[in-house]
Ligand binder design. Structure first.
Ligand SMILES: Cc1cc2nc3c(=O)[nH]c(=O)nc-3n(C[C@H](O)[C@H](O)[C@H](O)COP(=O)(O)OP(=O)(O)OC[C@H]3O[C@@H](n4cnc5c(N)ncnc54)[C@H](O)[C@@H]3O)c2cc1C
Length: 395
């Protein structure tokens, strides 16, 4: 309840947490933050050259960070969905978009379908070691000839007795070189339209799985990105994940979580980049004053802060609906679209505010821009998000 005294001065210093988070989330945030800044961030530069080591998964498994919202019976922490948001946000402080993406693929993209659709045996075989960081996962949707058009994939799985034989290729696969298994999207019945897709859990050391090429990228250098081939790969029928013929719907569900965690990462990344740039604008002087005191720069911060706050509210409210059992595909698409766009805009403005320093590797802002740029493409492009949103109005 506002009092006369409390409304005399605006409370710019207030940093009350959002209502979706509890004290427990804040404690989790502190412990992830301490780990990330102490054990990951110091290696950010080195891992741009080498990609981050697999030992990060094992360490995060030991700390319980890879199964925050999975049930305790599988080694998880039994937390809610907001714990995943906390992880996604705090990984930003590793100053390595590639690392954050490699971890998010494991925690929020490849393992959720195993948890939701997997049999008990599959959960024991894949989810339990994934939560411990002993098995690393990847997710194979995109192919050389089909990315946005998921229904256009060509990878085929053909039944042969009590096995399936898989042929095809996947590209741009994050963790593709390091992963122990892949959640693979295939077509089992090309004539059945959306009802002709099936997901498989494929061990990456199965005969016929070929890790072809380590792909070179604009950013996200700390992650590994693979071109994969599947040549007469034989898997037992127990490798089917979820229902035969329902893989398209299963993967569309997976994409919602992927887009939402990506959006949360974009907001946190944009905030972190702006905070660092604010510091710079208060230290750097030109024409006898701090550059941040020029109106034009001040307004850049005002624009950035407003966009970040708007994106944050959209992400949190949508996450709250998602966590409460709704399936808000339209709002998830909006959050993914908007957060990705503003994160790139913010990173770009931060380079501008740094001047020449922004173009130098030393300051790390150029890396934020290069890493962030992926978000307008990966997990569904801006154009696809716009189409999903537009179509949701019956257009
Ligand atoms: C670094 C990186 C990591 C990735 N990690 C993974 C991963 O782990 N697993 C995985 O499966 N995939 C991964 N991807 C793939 C990513 O999801 C796809 O690149 C993305 O979905 C776009 O597909 P595409 O590249 O084939 O582009 P295309 O589909 O060829 O699109 C090209 C252009 O056409 C536009 N377009 C296409 N269709 C339409 C339409 N209907 N209306 C309007 N415009 C349209 C697109 O918006 C885009 O601008 C990754 C990509 C990158 C770059």
């Amino acid at each position: 309840m506002a009092t006369t005294e409390s409304v005399l001065k605006p409370d710019f210093g207030s940093s009350k947490r959002h209502f979706i988070f509890t004290d427990e989330h804040e404690r989790l945030r502190e412990s992830i933050h301490a780990f990330v800044t102490k054990e990951l961030a110091p290696h950010a530069e080195e891992w741009e050259e080498t990609t981050f080591p697999d030992s990060v998964f094992r360490r995060m498994g030991e700390l319980g960070f890879l199964g925050l919202s999975y049930p305790e019976e599988y080694g998880g922490q039994g937390g809610d969905y907001f714990c995943n948001l906390v992880l996604g946000e705090e990984l930003t402080y590793a100053n390595s978009g590639g690392l954050a993406m490699g971890i998010a693929v494991h925690t929020d993209m490849a393992t959720p379908p195993v948890h939701l659709f997997g049999t008990e045996e599959q959960k024991q075989q894949y989810l339990v070691p994934s939560i411990k960081g002993e098995k690393i996962s990847s997710l194979g949707i995109t192919e050389p000839d089909a990315g946005s058009d998921v229904a256009g994939i060509k990878t085929r799985a053909v039944r042969d007795g009590d096995e399936y034989v898989i042929n095809g290729s996947k590209t741009y696969i994050t963790n593709g070189h390091r992963s122990d298994y892949i959640v693979l999207v295939t077509k089992t019945d090309p004539d059945a339209g959306y009802d002709g897709f099936t997901l498989f859990l494929v061990d990456m050391d199965t005969e016929g799985v070929i890790r072809e090429k380590r792909l070179q990228k604009l950013g996200m250098h700390a992650s590994d990105t693979a071109l994969l081939a599947f040549q007469d790969v034989r898997v037992p029928e127990t490798a089917v994940l979820g229902q035969v013929g329902k893989g398209f719907y299963h993967i569309m569900w997976e994409l919602q979580g992927e887009r939402l965690i990506g959006a949360a990462g974009c907001v946190a990344g944009a905030q972190h980049c702006m905070d660092r740039t604010l510091q710079y604008a208060l230290e750097r002087t030109a024409f006898g004053r701090q550059i941040g005191k020029f109106q034009v720069i001040r307004h850049k911060f005002a624009e950035m802060a407003t966009k970040i706050e708007a994106a944050r509210q959209l992400v949190y409210t949508t996450a709250w609906r998602f966590a409460n059992g709704e399936y808000p595909v339209r709002e998830i698409s909006m959050a993914k679209l908007y957060a990705s766009r503003i994160a790139v805009e913010v990173a770009d403005e931060c380079i501008q505010i740094h001047g020449g320093a922004g173009y130098m590797k030393e300051y790390g802002v150029e890396r934020v821009w290069r890493d962030m740029r992926l978000n307008r493409i990966g997990a569904g492009t801006d154009e696809i998000m716009l189409d999903v949103i537009g179509r949701s109005y019956g257009l």
